[in-house]
Design a protein around this ligand. Sequence first.
Ligand code: SDX
Length: 429
Amino acid sequence: MADKTAKLTFGDTELELPMYSPTVGPDVIDISKLYAQGKVFTFDPGFTSTAACDSTITYIDGGKGELLHRGYPIDQLAEKSHYLEVCYLLLYGDLPSAAELEEFESLVTNHTMIHEQMMFLFRGFRRDAHPMAIMNGVVGAMSAFYHDSTDIHDAHQREVASIRMIAKMPTIAAMAYKFTIGQPFVYPRNDLDYASNFLRMCFSVPCEDYQVNPILSRAMDRIFTLHADHEQNASTSTVRLASSSGANPFACIAAGIACLWGPAHGGANQACLEMLQEIGTVDRIPEYIARAKDKNDPFRLMGFGHRVYKNFDPRATVMKKSADEVLDLLGVENNPTLQVAKELEKQALADPYFAEKKLFPNVDFYSGIILNAMGFPTSMFTPIFALSRTVGWISQWKEMIADPKMKIGRPRQLYLGEPMRDYVDIEKR
Ligand code: SDX
């Protein structure tokens, strides 16, 4: 793949390192032999300048605010496609034919139930457990129920595990929600589409019929699509690193769920809505902007900023438009939280601090407003993100496992601790 080289000179050492050109984006310098040849490490905490793998799935251009899934721009997919078609695209590399899509949707639909014995896992949690804690536990436990799809070296088992994960995550997320509100679990139905099934499993009760609102199911499906994959973000990198040891896919997805939960990552959608509700009215916005700019205050504007997007997050643009549509269609005009969000965005983007640091609303800034208007509690925002991102984690996992170059991930370090020293007996300390 090397089509040019980079010269690295330090001390008496001069090395020529291979460079590779991408389809689009920055060239990379292959440093995999650097330690063997030069006895030095590179240093890049947070991996801001490090490509950990090669991939053909998703491309992000942070400067242009571009997000491509297998080459297709996210705004076109959000507008013209739907989540299960995007799942097919991410998993298999291109848009399906009508027959391929029908077969894939039928496969997913017919695997949405979970093993009946798993019901008892939920009962081990306190009713006030966070749904993410429940999802983390139950998904990890899938490796105790689906032994016939844990052999990562068997392509068929990898395929079965992939379909099971995508199909069962909405059921597990909905059950986690129902458990925390003390309502009975609702089984999935095979005559409903993916998003409608999830809404019904969350919001229907045995005492009455439940009609899915097509506005909500379209909005729900679009939220799933906008969160499906995002290159080598923290939780995807967690799944890849866990998988590199040969761990089974369910355990690796559970690791991804744990990482996503953090407020700097997927937990930001819950934190963002709670921040907007704490601000409450537009007259309090300047106080919070001042806090976000104050170096001595750990407060940050949740839903703002991004490691890669130093221009707008294209998903936030679609989400903002969807928020307007959904709230208007639901007759929730003048939603105070949406008014605060729009005014906060306006004031922040006009403030030199945010402009200089290239901080823009990200995918989490508007998603919580829609989910709140749809009736979800903030504790369900990150589980919905995890449900949506499962196809991204699985697609990246499949790509890595099938890569003959794959080896266990094992970063090194810059050691700043004590040099070797002898043990000191306690009476001499
Ligand atoms: C997601 O990686 C992905 O792709 C993630 C994701 C995905 O789909 O997987 O896109 C999903 O995680 C979106 C991000 C959700 N998180 C938040 O909204 C939390 C708030 N945002 C920040 O914590 C922060 O912006 C990060 C974590 C998102 C990005 O952090 P970076 O790139 O490491 O930036 P940084 O922490 O180095 O900040 C650069 C500067 C700092 O100031 P200085 O030290 O240079 O003076 O910008 C400041 C930060 O203090 N800054 C903010 C800020 N974000 C960064 N200041 C105020 N409010 C903020 N939100």
